[in-house]
Each structure stands twice: as structure tokens, then as C-alpha cells.
Design a binder for this molecule. Structure first.
Ligand SMILES: [Zn+2]
Length: 338
């Protein structure tokens, strides 16, 4: 029984392939963060190792070990901290040595289960040489190996890498669906479920994270307020912010893209409020807005201006993907924004 919420097309495709023994050796799951890619990837890992006839059963020793992240043949590949040294720094890329190690392990027979599964969580963070190295495995995948690449930013992946995977897209769930799940499975009261669902932008995983850790909501609001205050600030402040993001970009490209996504979302919410569609915003209605964000709304009153700001943000995001000079691209954005 598949427990993934929503994504019915993806689930039934995998189900059919599994029954017909036509699973691909490599999948690319594309969709926004926390939308459910990792959950379904783990369920697929269970399905190809499950001992029951109705796969994945969720109950057998294989399924249970995978759910607890204790299965020797199922590995999640993500960023790892650099070797312990004086400075605890996170790596910003999935490095070639990680991929080489996977290739070594992949060539071995499964240790305990029927298939070895490697889940690349954040495949956009594969360094170029790591991605090229992984290509070899994708071209000639060993038997009993399933690779699942997860990404929220498909455009950052090498085209050759993408072309060797079967692509499955994950779209955000509806606000109603997220709210319903929160109420039914997690006993969240109606009003709070609605509120979290709205802010989650259709990503159940985000709503669950926010449910178990209130700092997720606080952090999001703080960042939105920071953005609102910068765009209302002087040119000097805007440029200082651009410089800050450009520096961040050298260490963590994805963090900058995330900031731009948040920024575009803020403008979109303002547009919705102006157009009287408060119910569809992630930041809530006008009456509940924090003062900094509300002032932004006082300034931004032309729908056309806001739309061109959103377009400018999206353009900057794709320039950064194409390796434009981050400082120049971000400064240009700061000049263009309303
Ligand atoms: Zn099972």
C-alpha cells in the first residue's frame, strides 16, 4: 500500500511498472522542496525490496528497515559535512568522491535486500565532475541497482544526466488536500490546518515540518520581512543586500535561488491581496500582515509594476543558472525592483 499523499499519476505509473517488471533503472523526481519526492522515493525503495506480494507492504522486515533508514542497500545521498577539522563547514556540492564510492558499492550484490537503491536528494547539488562521473553508472547501470534523483531545480542539472532518467513531475497539492491530511492524519484543528496548508504552498512536508517545529514559521516570516524591508530601503541598502547574496552565491547557489523564490512569492502574494484574492496568499490577509510587509503593500499598488518585478526576479534566477556574474545580476535586480 502506497502511503504517499497525492501524486496519483506518479504512484500509478510506478505501480504499473512494478507489476509489469518494467521499472526504469533511473528516475528523476522533479518538484518543489517538501512536496513529497523523498517520501515516494523511499516507498519505491521499499517496493523493490518488499517481501510481500502487495508491494510495498510497509510491514515486512525490509519495508520497516527502509522506513527507519537502517537498510544497508538503501542509501540517501545528500550533502555531507566536510571532514572534521577546525571549521565545521557544510559542503555545498555533492562531490565526485561520494559518487565514486556509490559506484563501488553499486557494483556489489545487494547485501540484504533484492535491490540496491541510491536516492540523490538535491541532485542539483551534484558538482559538474560528480554529475559526469554519475553518467557512467546511468549509461551502464549494474543489475539490481535503482537510482532516484530528486530535484527542485531541474534547470541546474546536466541535460545528459536528465536524458538518462525517466522524469516524473510532482506538482503541489491543493490547499484543501494538505489541510484535509493535516486534520485527518495529524489531528490538527480546522483553522490551524487551513493556515498551515495555505503557507505550505501545497507542500505537505513543509506543513508537517512547520507543525512540529514552530521556528520554521518564524524563520520564514523573518526572511520575508527582511526582503520587504530591503526593497523599501535606499539604493545603498539594496546594493548591500545584493553584495551579501552574491557572496552567499559563491558558497551556496541554492540558498540564493531559495531567497529569490521567497521574494517572488512575496510579490505574488501582494498582487493577490491587491486583487482581492486574500484567501490564496501564503502570507495571510491584509489584516494579519506584519507592519513591514504591510508598508510594502502601501507602496506597491500597481499590478503591472508588481508583475514586472516578479518577471525580473525570475529572469535573475535564470541568469544565475546560466552562470552570469552574480553581483551584477543581483544589483541589476535591485535597480529594477519596485
Ligand atoms: Zn514490505
Amino acid at each position: 500500500m502506497w502511503r504517499t499523499v497525492g501524486h496519483d499519476t506518479a504512484v500509478s505509473l510506478l505501480q504499473r511498472s512494478l507489476r509489469g517488471d518494467r521499472l526504469s533503472h533511473a528516475y528523476l523526481f522533479v518538484g518543489p522542496p517538501h512536496v513529497g519526492k523523498r517520501t515516494l522515493a523511499l516507498e519505491l525503495a521499499q517496493a523493490v525490496n518488499c517481501l510481500d506480494s502487495e508491494r510495498p507492504c510497509g510491514q515486512c522486515s525490509q519495508c520497516l528497515r527502509i522506513a527507519k533508514n537502517q537498510h544497508p542497500d538503501v542509501q540517501i545521498v545528500a550533502l555531507i559535512p566536510q571532514e572534521e577539522g577546525v571549521r565545521e563547514r557544510m559542503r555545498t556540492e555533492i562531490a565526485i568522491d561520494q559518487v565514486r564510492e556509490i559506484q563501488r558499492v553499486a557494483s556489489l550484490k545487494p547485501f540484504e535486500g533484492k535491490n540496491r537503491v541510491f536516492i540523490f536528494d538535491g541532485a542539483e547539488r551534484l558538482s559538474e565532475e560528480a554529475a559526469n562521473c554519475l553518467l557512467k553508472t546511468l549509461e551502464e547501470p549494474p543489475d539490481h541497482v535503482l537510482l532516484i534523483l530528486l530535484t527542485s531545480r531541474e534547470e541546474s542539472l546536466l541535460p545528459t544526466l536528465k536524458s538518462r532518467c525517466q522524469r516524473i513531475e510532482f506538482r503541489p497539492l491543493s490547499v484543501e488536500r494538505v489541510a484535509k491530511e493535516l486534520e485527518a492524519r495529524y489531528s490538527v484543528d480546522h483553522a490551524r490546518a487551513q493556515e498551515l496548508a495555505r503557507q505550505s504552498e501545497g507542500c505537505l512536508g513543509w506543513a508537517l515540518a512547520a507543525l512540529s517545529d514552530p521556528s520554521v514559521l518564524e524563520e520564514r516570516l523573518k526572511r520575508l520581512e527582511g526582503i520587504a524591508s530591503v526593497v523599501q530601503g535606499s539604493l545603498e541598502e539594496r546594493f548591500a543586500y545584493a553584495a551579501e547574496l552574491a557572496t552567499l552565491h559563491t558558497r551556496d547557489r541554492e540558498a540564493v535561488q531559495e531567497e529569490l523564490r521567497l521574494m517572488a512569492g512575496l510579490y505574488r502574494d501582494i498582487l493577490l491581496i491587491i486583487q482581492g484574492a486574500e484567501d490564496f496568499t501564503t502570507i495571510g490577509g491584509f489584516s494579519t500582515l506584519s507592519p513591514t510587509i504591510r508598508t510594502l503593500l502601501d507602496v506597491e499598488t500597481s499590478s503591472q509594476g508588481i508583475t514586472s518585478s516578479i518577471k525580473a526576479i525570475q529572469r535573475t534566477s535564470s541568469y544565475l543558472d546560466q552562470n552570469a556574474n552574480p553581483r551584477l545580476a543581483l544589483e541589476d535586480l535591485m535597480l529594477t525592483l519596485l
